[in-house]
Design a protein around this ligand. Structure first.
Ligand SMILES: C[S@@+](CC[C@H](N)C(=O)[O-])C[C@H]1O[C@@H](n2cnc3c(N)ncnc32)[C@H](O)[C@@H]1O
Length: 226
């Protein structure tokens, strides 16, 4: 099998970590320094798509729905959300690493069908944490896939997202019946309990990395009551 070739790298703002973009024939991988395995791989994106489906399922006919995706990665979650929401929707995607946005405007764009070109997609180049703490906009769905699960990995400041304070802020940022869906490499019963204590109705789903095969990932689906 051909080896992977590094085609670019980028520092992660606010941390010592670095992302690298690798290519092997038509496949791409994004890796993060000091972490084994891929942060994202263009051949395995089923659970990233299901994250959007579980978060946006009730928005197919909602006028002016607003969705927040954090972060962009290879754009699979964003593309899946755009396939569900109607023409009047706005889907904001927060991406911490500016080069990831450039990569998606360049070689990575084809992986998910260039979702950034969709008129309903808006890029927020910056930290999803800052956007969540900003008081103005509320969302019908928040789709979070910035770490490997409910513990900071890409940037240490992400740890706040999974605390009681972070979850309370996310709860306040959702419209009534809004859903936060969180991707995780594994189940985490303590985190499920924390979501419930915040006031969410919670379900956890096990989803394979590829349809019907591959690693099993967990998606936490937490809905704010009406
Ligand atoms: C696993 S990838 C996301 C994969 C994505 N779901 C997809 O479909 O390709 C994680 C992404 O989150 C970004 N990220 C990490 N921390 C972030 C933060 N605090 N705010 C915004 N983006 C962040 C990373 O740079 C990376 O692009």
């Amino acid at each position: 099998m051909d080896p992977w070739t590094q085609i670019d790298s980028a520092p992660v703002p606010g941390s010592d970590a670095e992302l690298t973009l690798l290519q092997r024939n038509g496949d791409f991988a994004i890796r993060i320094s000091d972490v084994q395995g891929d942060l994202m791989n263009s051949r395995m994106y089923h659970s990233e798509e299901v994250l959007a489906e579980l978060g946006c399922t009730r928005l197919g006919t909602s006028e002016n729905a607003r969705v927040l995706v954090g972060g962009l990665g290879m754009g699979f979650t964003l593309a899946a959300a755009l396939r569900i929401v109607p023409a009047s929707a706005e889907v904001i995607v927060a991406e911490l690493v500016p080069e990831v946005v450039e990569w998606n405007r360049g070689p990575l764009g084809l992986c998910a069908g260039r979702p950034l070109d969709d008129d309903r997609a808006r890029i927020h180049q910056g930290d999803v944490v800052a956007l969540l703490k900003h008081p103005d906009k509320k969302f019908d769905a928040i789709l979070l896939d910035v770490d490997n699960g409910p513990e900071a990995m890409t940037a240490s400041a992400n740890g706040w997202l999974y605390t009681r304070g972070g979850l309370k802020t996310i709860y306040e940022k959702l419209r009534p019946e809004g859903i936060v869906a969180i991707w995780s490499v594994r189940a985490d019963h303590l985190f499920t309990g924390r979501l419930k204590k915040t006031g969410f109705n919670v379900q956890t789903r096990t989803v394979r990395a590829r349809p019907g095969k591959g690693s099993r990932h967990t998606i936490f689906v937490a809905q704010k009551p009406r």
